[in-house]
Ligand binder design. Structure first.
Ligand code: CA
Length: 491
């Protein structure tokens, strides 16, 4: 009954068996799947682009990774696999996100400013009864209608958990393996003391460190899906977000047990954080290897980024230096994150550092462009396609990028209007190219016209009235009791 109910709201172009795991249905489902795969193949010429030309899409998201926490940016933490994406692909040096998790994820999935639907300033906490509204289409919905039969969400979801309507399998994905909430326990897979680890609609009791499990499931799906045409994998590590937990042997790579045990808790956290990043990088390596082994390396588009900057108070173990600020604010350290993109077949890449201003809301429009999706989006995108820049057809697109909360950026300038959240009594303007650290004393040579345009963009963004109310983080926390194993029954 639960499974039948769960299908409500999924796109009719559903081709995975993942949704239909109830035993009596299995044979019928396999037949239906084969029929649908055939029918999707016959549909493809109508969709404009040959199936073989469409890249597999693998998006890998880190959680709270600091700008300075990859070896590519000078960290002592070895991150050869993240570095590989940046070095062999295109380093997206000016990739912007929201300063916290859920807004970034919702903006990524929709190509729209998350303040349109009330998820701008805060994450969706366990006690909140809302999510990404069903009025919004997701990247998985769009790709599902355009030739991508398999669409997996693996790892941290964080776009709504209190109703089935917010669940990944009702948001265009054909497979889900991971946690609905943020900040789960890495070993117990719990949030608010209840198991929050799922495989499609079922509780998942597998053992292990969540980073390893997320990587392994991603690799498994990559190998399975590669046999059946282009696929979409959305892998979200919960690392290196708190709680600070890592396998003992990973910590030992950095520091001896004796030395670790002699340190105060703050430093123990710091060394554990380093081990968490290192382990995540190893998981990313396993994903890259799976793509390679699947024979699809040349035609797989891989995007890596962190959902926001590193947290405050973790220096020297996690740093956003030389950027100012951290998670929760719109200084560069909160919203400009480590990012790289790779697609051997079509991008001009290889040690290419791109200073194009881009970010989370551009990804869906860019993918729609790459896959040659002709349909008009259900709700207009706020982001733009940067496909032409990635392919090397265009050097740069002059644009403004609205960051929320009175902030915005263009190629040359960063402007933050006076506001309480940022504790700014007066507007902050800087030439961000000359002053990437946003030091207050930086001398500004203003182009009044360009700055006025950026100001208008920010004011227009701030004036958006959300159609769903944004609720403060702590509201409803008192007395909240998590549902058993985070099982949700209501649509
Ligand atoms: Ca985050």
């Amino acid at each position: 009954m639960l499974n039948l109910f769960a299908r409500k709201g999924t796109p009719c172009f559903q081709t995975s068996t993942a949704m239909f795991r109830t035993a009596p249905m299995k044979r019928l489902v396999i037949m239906r799947t084969k029929q649908l795969l055939l029918s999707s193949a016959t549909l493809l010429p109508m969709l404009g682009m040959a199936q073989t030309d469409r890249p597999n899409i693998v998006i890998i998201v880190a959680d709270d990774l600091g700008w300075g926490d990859v070896s590519h940016h000078g960290s002592v933490i070895p991150t050869p696999n993240i570095d590989r994406i940046l070095n062999e692909g295109i380093e997206l040096d000016r990739f912007y996100t929201a300063p916290v998790s859920s807004p970034t994820r919702c903006g990524l999935m929709t190509g729209r400013y998350p303040n349109r639907f009330g998820i701008r300033e805060t994450v969706i906490p366990p006690w909140r009864d809302y999510g990404l509204p069903v009025e919004e289409e997701t990247m998985a919905d769009v790709l599902g209608r355009n030739g991508y039969a398999h669409r997996a969400a693996i790892g941290k979801w964080h776009m709504g958990h209190s109703k089935q309507r917010y669940y990944p399998l009702n948001r265009g994905f054909t497979h889900f393996h991971g946690a609905l909430n943020g900040a789960i326990d890495y070993f117990e897979h719990t949030r608010e003391k209840e198991l929050d680890w799922h495989d499609d609609w079922e509780s998942c009791y597998e053992k292990g460190y969540s980073t390893d499990l997320i990587a392994a499931e991603s690799a498994r799906c990559i190998k399975e899906y590669a046999k059946e045409g282009p696929y979409f994998i959305y892998t979200c590590f919960n690392a290196p977000h708190s709680p600070y937990q890592a396998p003992e042997e990973e910590i030992r790579k950095f520091i001896s047990k004796e030395e670790f045990d002699s340190l105060p808790p703050k430093d123990q956290k710091g060394w554990t954080y380093r081990a968490m990043v290192s382990r995540m990088d190893k998981g990313i390596g396993a994903i890259l290897q799976a793509i390679s082994e699947s024979g699809e390396w040349d035609n797989t588009l891989i995007l890596f980024f962190s959902d926001n900057g590193g947290v405050p108070g973790m220096e020297p173990y996690s740093v956003n230096r030389p950027l100012r600020g951290s998670k929760f604010d719109e200084w560069e350290g909160g919203v400009r994150t480590v990012a790289g993109i790779y697609w051997k077949k079509a991008f001009r890449q290889g040690h290419r550092k791109l200073d194009q201003v881009t970010g989370f809301v551009d990804i869906l429009p860019t993918l729609a462009d790459i896959v040659e999706i002709k349909e008009t989006p259900k709700n207009p995108y706020d982001g733009i396609s940067i496909s032409s820049v990635l392919k090397g057809e265009k050097e740069q697109i002059d644009r403004d990028f609205y960051l929320g909360c009175g902030a915005g950026v263009c190629a040359q300038y960063k402007l933050i209007l006076a506001n309480q959240h940022m504790r700014l009594q007066k507007d902050f303007i800087t030439d961000i190219q000359k002053n990437p650290s946003e030091k207050r004393e930086g001398r500004i040579y203003e182009d009044p016209e360009r700055v006025s345009q950026l100001r208008r963009t920010i004011q227009e963004g701030d004036a958006i009235v959300p159609y769903q109310e944004e609720i403060p983080f702590g509201k409803g926390q008192k007395g909240f009791v998590a549902p058993k194993e985070w099982k949700i029954t209501e649509y």
